[in-house]
Design a protein around this ligand. Structure first.
Ligand code: URA
Length: 237
């Protein structure tokens, strides 16, 4: 059983306050009866919910996009360290949430947090070729040798990198947009390090075809709508 304001907020991708206001406006029904109690509990398996005449289908799982700040680790439990799950707003916290994939402590940007293990596995498995795109700021310019090597796939100590895409975002070749299909430990940093380059800033801007929502300030998050979920699964490179 779940509180109705929470269900409406997740299903319609609106804030908890907006969900409460829809209920107060008597726009929400459960099994044909107008809801007046914003704290009413509903059963996801059998109750039928409508909002403003439209069926509300609520999902078993939640998918959250966070603009990860620096200084937090991508884990669900970090002991003395703050995790991305710790910094979720209280009304988004629920059992079993975990980050789908790893970003280093000092990497910022698109972090997907979910409680859907199967989905996370699907988008992270290198077999499924879901691209992840980053902006890397370097200490020194990269050259054609780096571009060619990234595009052909490079060998790292104990790891083979699949072909990656790279393009310069500035005239000096100091800022690179890089797309990879794996998520190996420190992968982007290690790929550049092979050519003597240090990544000084790293931000993930895209998973699959879904871009980081630029209206999210560092540390902020929002629910990902159902139609956006299918964008994450797009494997085109
Ligand atoms: N590659 C890295 O080196 N670090 C990240 O956080 C993600 C990809």
């Amino acid at each position: 059983m779940e509180r109705i304001d929470k269900v409406i907020s997740v299903a319609l991708n609106v804030s908890r306050n907006d969900a409460k206001s829809l209920i107060r406006k008597r726009l929400v029904t459960v099994n044909g009866l107008v809801v007046t109690d914003i704290g009413k509990k509903v059963d996801e398996k059998c109750d039928e919910l409508f909002c403003d005449g439209k069926r509300v289908s609520y999902n078993k799982f939640v998918y959250i996009m966070m603009n990860k700040p620096k200084g937090v680790i991508s884990a669900s439990e970090g002991g003395s360290e703050k995790t991305v799950v710790d910094i979720l707003p209280e009304d988004m916290k629920r059992k079993n949430l975990f980050p789908a994939g790893r970003l280093d402590r000092d990497t910022t940007g698109f972090m997907l947090i979910t409680d859907d293990g199967e989905f996370a596995h699907r988008i992270l498995s290198p077999k499924n070729h879901i691209p992840k795109t980053y902006i890397a700021t370097l200490d020194k310019p990269f050259d054609d040798e780096v571009i060619k090597a990234f595009e052909n796939g490079i060998e790292l100590k104990n790891d083979s990198c699949m072909p990656a895409k790279i393009k310069a975002l500035d005239e000096n070749n100091l800022v690179a947009q890089v797309t990879i299909k794996q998520g190996m430990y420190h992968q982007i940093k290690r790929m550049f390090a092979k050519f003597g380059l240090t990544v000084v800033e790293l931000e993930r801007i895209k998973m699959g075809a879904l871009e980081l929502d630029r209206s999210l300030a560092c540390g902020e998050c929002r629910y990902i709508a159902q139609e956006e979920i299918s964008l994450i699964k797009i494997a085109e490179f």
